[in-house]
Design a protein around this ligand. Structure first.
Ligand SMILES: Cc1cc2nc3c(=O)[nH]c(=O)nc-3n(C[C@H](O)[C@H](O)[C@H](O)COP(=O)(O)OP(=O)(O)OC[C@H]3O[C@@H](n4cnc5c(N)ncnc54)[C@H](O)[C@@H]3O)c2cc1C
Length: 404
């Protein structure tokens, strides 16, 4: 885009989370000189979410506001403002404060946590997505309440970790036969189940919630669990309800179906972060990634496409981390189409990794307390470099030295 044209283009970003903020930052880093407006529904200074289930919950940090000087970047911040609709033909969005015109629109509205049917509005039932949620949960930990966590996924495990550290009695209720059932195969998740008990949290699998009442959770098999507080961590859905009627293409999960440059089906409208899926040539399928690194990297592609720099298709190796039960867990790649799984180390020990291969080439890696494996494995995945399975399965051999 020419500098003259840029100077006239009004970029409006909806959603002031990681992806929205990073889009504003990337636009300026890439030399965009036109006006940029960043609109967010939450009233708080834009902040980072991962600390919410870690340091903030435990009162070890007060906030996690991004270290970004919006004034210096000449980015107009409009906080506490809900965007309610998109009229693409008019190049306008609707907000609670009236319509806002755009030349280029970036949708970065993230995801909403899924609520537990029947538990909405019951006193003592919590979600954990926003700073306000974390602040509301602070007293639960401070007062060492008896807590029932619904869902043994990433958020459930992290909340259970913090609650145990604070001295709460914790029971985790999981409908599947293991933790992280949607994310990892049974043999890999199995050793993680032991982490709960070892840290004093009770994990109940094959356990379905029937009803949630003030003070207790009743399971489908009739068991009753006392609960001063209930924390629901059963996943999140793209926050795209406000786009109903706009004509934008969504997939059945509600994610905006962006293309390989994160453009949507509507002209001059982009989508990035937790609210959008994109086609991955690397994995031969569309991916919807609900992790921090995707909300960091996607905005660079959006900004490059807007400014005309075109850095190529968006197709990174997905990456995330989780801190649970004293362990640093990292994952890179996508293992669904792997044809071989290698263990590096004994999962009964504190540190181990799992490497997934397809035709001898690494496609994904899970590392528990082995960040070097993660760093080296991620590079092998990125470059599709074949490894010798026998050496790759030897934890004393650095992964980069297992190249065939
Ligand atoms: C508690 C917690 C812990 C996490 N820990 C990790 C971790 O350890 N590792 C990891 O890799 N990932 C982690 N994640 C995931 C990571 O934080 C998300 O992937 C990331 O925040 C996505 O960024 P985003 O900008 O796409 O969406 P969000 O962060 O959800 O931001 C979207 C923003 O848009 C706003 N918005 C929504 N609708 C509207 C509207 N209609 N009008 C105006 N504004 C709107 C929302 O209020 C929100 O502020 C964690 C997430 C949570 C909730």
């Amino acid at each position: 885009m020419s500098e003259q044209k840029q100077a006239q283009q009004q970029v409006v970003i909806v959603g002031a989370g990681m992806a929205g903020v990073q889009t504003a930052v990337a636009l300026r880093e890439q030399g965009f000189t036109g006006p940029v407006t960043l609109i967010g529904a939450e009233p708080h200074q834009p902040y980072d979410r991962p600390p919410l289930s870690k340091a903030i919950l435990l009162g070890k940090a007060e906030d996690s506001a991004f270290d970004v000087d919006f004034e210096a970047l000449d980015v107009e911040l409009r906080l506490g403002l809900d965007v309610t609709g998109l009229r693409a033909a008019d190049h306008e969005i609707d907000t609670e404060a009236g319509p806002v015109p755009y030349d280029v629109l970036v949708v970065a509205t993230g995801a909403h946590p899924i609520t537990l049917p029947g538990a909405e509005g019951v006193p003592g039932v919590h979600l954990l997505r926003t700073l306000d949620d974390a602040v509301r949960l602070g007293p639960v930990l401070e007062r060492r309440h008896t807590v029932v966590v619904v869902g043994a996924g990433w958020i459930g495990a992290e909340f259970a970790t913090a609650a145990r550290e604070a001295g709460c009695a914790v029971t985790v209720v999981e409908a599947a036969d293991r933790p992280l059932a949607g994310a990892l195969p049974a043999e890999v998740a199995a050793p993680m189940a032991g982490w709960y008990g070892a840290n004093g949290a009770e994990l109940l699998t094959h356990a379905r919630v029937d009803t949630v009442e003030t003070g207790r959770v009743v399971l489908a098999d009739g068991r009753e669990l006392p609960a001063d507080a209930v924390v629901v961590g059963i996943g999140a859905r793209p926050a795209t309800g406000w786009l109903a009627g706009s004509g934008i293409a969504l997939d059945p999960s509600g994610a905006i179906t962006a293309d390989e440059r994160l453009r949507t089906s509507l002209p001059d409208v982009y989508a990035v972060g937790d609210c959008a899926s994109y086609p991955s040539a690397r994995y031969g399928k569309r991916l919807l990634v609900h992790h921090w690194d995707n909300a960091l990297q996607g905005p660079r592609t959006v900004a490059a496409t807007i400014t005309g720099a075109d850095t190529g298709p968006y197709d990174p190796v997905p990456y995330f981390w989780s801190e649970q039960f004293g362990r640093f867990v990292q994952y890179a790649g996508h293992h669904a189409d792997a044809d071989e799984l290698l263990w590096r180390g004994d999962p009964a020990e504190d540190t181990w990794s799992v490497l997934w291969l397809r035709a001898g080439v690494p496609v994904a890696l899970l590392a528990v307390g082995r960040p070097r494996d993660l760093a080296q494995g991620r590079k092998l995945i990125e470059t599709a470099t074949a490894v010798d399975p026998a050496r790759a399965a030897d934890p004393s051999v650095p992964l980069k030295a297992a190249v065939r």
